[in-house]
Design a protein. Structure first.
Length: 293
């Protein structure tokens, strides 16, 4: 099962923020997957940057609510588990929230079953990077006596693949060839339980044949809200230029908690042995548009 791996205009009332991150994979002996050397990723640097005009802002999750809203949040200095202490081994999921270890069958090179990871301490230490933060959209002005409550649609912003300044992109900066960037997934879960999964580089493939063939069908590694991006920066489904479909809608000036998870999708055919000791870099950029009711 594998999903088909099929400038920026200044527009009023559209604001963006992005998160930039670096994922480093180091070589370690592993037992869970189909690798002679198991993939072990580390998220070394991850920052969230909101538009300076204040239409979309971000704050750390302090545990009892948001911290101070600003244009940027450096997750190296944020509350919670430090990124450098987390490793990412391949896992799979049905919803981007609950995760499972793919069980490798050496005689057939297939993944025919999975084992659920119910120990959250183990899950968030050895398999996924998880971080919560708050978003808030809209003007902070209180000058109007009768304030009009607006809503803002949020989408992913895409650019040309050779532009490493704006937009969404995940890539391997050190060399060419097979890369873990082709097997990365990133999910965003809102308080209503809806989860949105981003898959970069959906139309590029690793050449290594040392991989597990997914034999468990489409139940795992497939998501209801999947936002696939081609290697050239365009989105597979793009109703507007340089944008994905809408992810979610934010009410104006409402503190909205977002849970982000980053993992290597173990049932992706591009989760190969060759991506061990890989390093990938990237950025995720969201664009908000005032919704016309």
């Amino acid at each position: 099962m594998e999903k088909d791996k099929k400038k920026k205009k200044k527009i009023p009332k559209r604001r963006v923020y992005f998160l930039a991150f670096l994922i480093v994979l180091t070589a370690n002996v592993g037992v869970w997957a189909w690798f002679t050397i198991s993939n072990r990723a580390r998220v070394e640097n991850l920052s969230l940057i909101a538009d300076h005009q204040g239409n979309l802002q971000i704050a750390d999750d302090l545990g009892n609510g948001p911290g101070t809203y600003s244009d940027a949040l450096n997750l190296n200095n944020a509350t919670g588990t430090k990124m450098s202490s987390i490793v990412l081994s391949p896992v799979t999921s049905r919803d981007g929230v609950n995760f499972y270890i793919p069980n490798f069958e050496p005689l057939t090179n297939t993944v025919n079953s999975v084992t659920q990871l119910t120990d959250r301490t183990q899950l968030t230490k050895y398999y996924i990077y998880e971080k919560t933060f708050y978003l808030k959209a809209g003007s902070n002005s209180k000058n109007n006596v009768a304030e009009i409550k607006r809503t803002y649609d949020v989408a992913l912003y895409g650019v040309q693949s050779n532009n490493k300044t704006n937009g969404c992109f995940i890539y391997q900066p050190t060399s060419s060839g097979d890369t873990a960037a082709n097997a990365i997934r990133i999910s965003f879960t809102l308080p209503d339980g809806q989860t949105y999964v981003y898959e970069p580089n959906c139309n590029t493939h690793n050449s290594d044949t040392n991989r597990a063939i997914n034999g468990i069908g489409s139940e795992y590694g497939s998501y209801a809200n999947l936002y696939q991006q081609n290697a050239d920066g365009t989105f597979v489904k793009s109703p507007k230029a340089n944008e994905s479909e809408k992810l979610f809608t934010l009410d104006e000036n409402k503190d909205t908690l977002v849970t982000m998870r980053v993992w290597i999708e173990g049932t992706d055919n591009d989760c190969t042995n060759s991506i061990a000791s890989d390093m990938i870099a990237g950025q995720i950029q969201f664009i908000s548009t005032e919704k016309k009711n």
